[in-house]
Design a protein around this ligand. Structure first.
Ligand code: X8Z
Ligand code: ZN
Length: 598
């Protein structure tokens, strides 16, 4: 115990004669054991209720889910308040870590009064339900779900059609605005009760550094990637202008957000055909191959599982196939946004996805199963360590596997007949960059916006403007039509009404290339990084299993070191992967304007 802590402890003891003795480490341990047991039980109830709600949205399941979430959050907040008595003693590192995780147990921590707790739980469930049930009705009879529109965005090349869907989807979110404002207010109250400045501070407290350091770390990683993004952006912008004309694209250096094959302009792989080098013939189209082979939704998941088992990991449990929701039900509302669960925390692995037979969802299946195998890996850890080293690790694992879905791998599993020669490499890299590099500024700005909302620097009357300012600054995109404060465009992205932190996806895109580079080197791969597939490599599997088994028990640099030998997050791996493409993009951009006025 340090001198000042000792003094505080003694003083606390001296001024409260009613207390028998100052708390000891053993007291703290006993308290933590009880806290873990209590939250484990309440978490179980809450997950059962949330699963029912997410796979069958009706008044009753929403009620049950809100009630269970309120009970869990209120108990977590109460325990965190009680835990303050242990602030004065020096705890062993792992116990101290658990006390921190107790404070971080809930993304929107419970405010003090019961009425506010109920209001917060209801607002959260309402927001997610409103998003998930959202429709754009072109006529009263012809309503499109987000799922339908996402599908249309993949292939539609009609700017008027795209604009209609882009605007139509954003009509679901204005009613969310006052509710979102309440979510921010109530969750800030809860965060302050726990000793944080606000929820922005709480969200950045789980990275083994201060919140300010974490923000600086993200900015540092972004600067490592920005030149590559700027080259890609300039190239794509020019090719889209060739296709749609200057009238649609404009002359300000920005790209209209509805032309990128994705509802949020967050990843651009679906417009590959529009931007691929003019004379190239795409080697293969995975979506077409999956359809031609008659692969169904379950078959998609089987391919994903097959990759993990090839690494020596045991297959998914039988209950996975019984309890998962892999196909969108026809007759009820569900939360289509993909997720992975371990409901009972005993290998009760499940995914929930409105799977479509296409390349995007082929990757998403690997992403979700990555969550499931991680959950299985750390299930023997105590309650608070059942998580990944930091949340970016959880998001990165399945994507790391998906990077190994190379043409050679696809041939091995019989999805393509012939591996294209190295002359097709540039196209493959361009395709991958449209997914991974294009995503990064979006991955960064979503939480920049939320941190601003939580810390008050973005007041409600500027919610929408601040969102588009960030989109312009980081992504270099613009809305295709004027937006005002009558709109609430952040609410049209799942993670805002779903209240899921987003910086994790930015980190995941950095980390997955670090994992992939290290695992490829370990498996003896020598050629260009993007040609590596570690399919079937049991040593790689062992390395991943060791990291997953650590859960959240150690600071993330330890887990990163165990897997990669590095202790820092580092965007050089992604830069190395795309280095040949960067050279090519810069040649294409010669004499052209790169960048935009931020
Ligand atoms: O939300 C997800 C996953 C579930 S954790 C499907 N992702 C982000 C998104 O869809 O916006 C994966 C990539 C980014
Ligand atoms: Zn995920």
């Amino acid at each position: 115990m340090t001198k000042s802590l000792l003094l505080t402890a003694v003083l606390a003891f001296a001024v409260s004669p009613a207390r028998a003795a100052a708390p000891t480490v053993a007291d703290a341990q006993a308290f933590m054991d009880r806290a873990e047991k209590t939250l484990d039980e309440l978490g179980l109830r809450s997950r059962f209720a949330s699963w029912a709600q997410a796979t069958y949205i009706i008044y009753d399941t929403e009620w049950l889910a809100a009630d269970a979430s309120r009970a869990y959050s209120a108990e977590a907040a109460k325990l965190a308040r009680e835990a303050r008595v242990y602030d004065v003693i020096e705890l062993p590192a792992d116990l101290k870590r658990k006390f921190l995780f107790l404070k971080l147990a809930v993304e929107a921590p419970s405010p003090p009064t019961e009425a506010e707790q109920k209001e917060l739980a209801d607002v959260k469930v309402w927001l997610e339900g409103t998003y998930s049930k959202g429709k754009h009705c072109r006529t009263p009879e012809k309503c499109l779900s987000l799922d339908d529109m996402e599908d249309a965005f993949r292939t539609s090349r009609d700017p008027a059609d795209l604009l209609d869907m882009w605007k139509g989807w954003r009509t679901i979110s204005p009613p969310m605005r006052p509710k979102y404002q309440r979510l921010a207010e109530l969750s800030n109250k809860g965060s302050r009760e726990l000793g944080f400045k606000d929820t922005a501070d709480l969200w950045r407290a789980g990275y083994d550094m201060t919140p300010e350091q974490f923000s600086a770390e993200l900015d540092r990683l972004w600067l490592q990637l920005k030149p590559l993004y700027a080259s890609l952006h300039a190239y794509v912008r020019r090719r889209l202008a060739d296709k749609y004309g200057k009238d649609v694209v404009g002359k300000d250096g920005l790209i209209p957000a509805h032309l990128l094959g994705n509802m949020w302009g967050q990843s651009w792989g679906n417009v590959y055909d529009l931007v691929s080098p003019p004379k190239s013939t795409p080697a293969f189209d995975l979506t077409e191959r999956l359809k031609a082979k008659g692969v169904d939704e379950k078959g998609m998941v089987k391919y994903g599982e097959g990759f993990f088992t090839s690494l020596g990991m045991p297959p998914l449990p039988a209950t996975f196939w019984e309890r998962s929701m892999i196909v969108k039900p026809r007759d009820r509302e569900v939360v289509c946004h993909a997720s992975a669960w371990d409901v009972e925390n005993s290998d009760d692995l499940r995914i929930k996805m409105c799977t479509r037979i296409n390349e995007d969802d082929f990757v998403t299946v690997h992403h979700e199963l990555g969550h499931n195998f991680y959950q299985r890996g750390y299930k023997a850890q105590p309650y608070f360590f059942r998580g990944s080293a930091n949340d970016g690790f959880h998001e990165a694992l399945g994507d790391t596997i998906a990077l190994s879905v190379t043409p050679a791998y696809l041939k091995t599993v019989g999805l393509i007949d012939k591996v294209p020669g190295p002359e097709g490499d540039n196209e493959l890299l361009l395709k991958a960059a449209l997914e991974k590099v294009a995503f990064q500024p979006f991955g960064l700005l979503v939480d920049k916006w939320r941190w601003g909302v939580f810390d008050g620097s973005i007041p409600p009357e500027r919610y929408n403007k601040a969102w588009w300012d960030l989109v312009r600054k980081y992504q270099g995109l613009k809305p295709p039509v004027e937006r005002t404060e009558a709109d609430f465009d952040p609410g049209a992205k799942y993670h805002i009404p779903g209240n899921t932190p987003y910086a994790r996806y930015f980190l995941a895109n950095v980390l997955q290339f670090q994992f992939y580079r290290a695992l490829c080197r370990q498996s003896g791969h020598t050629g260009p990084l993007h040609q590596c597939s570690f399919y079937g490599n049991k040593e790689v599997g062992k390395k991943l299993e060791d990291m997953m088994a650590m859960g959240a028990s150690r600071p993330w640099p330890d887990a990163l070191e165990a897997a990669t030998g590095q202790r820092e997050m580092d965007a050089t791996a992604i830069a190395e992967y795309f280095a040949p493409l960067k050279t090519w993009l810069d040649q294409q951009n010669k004499g052209q304007k790169v960048g935009w006025s931020e």
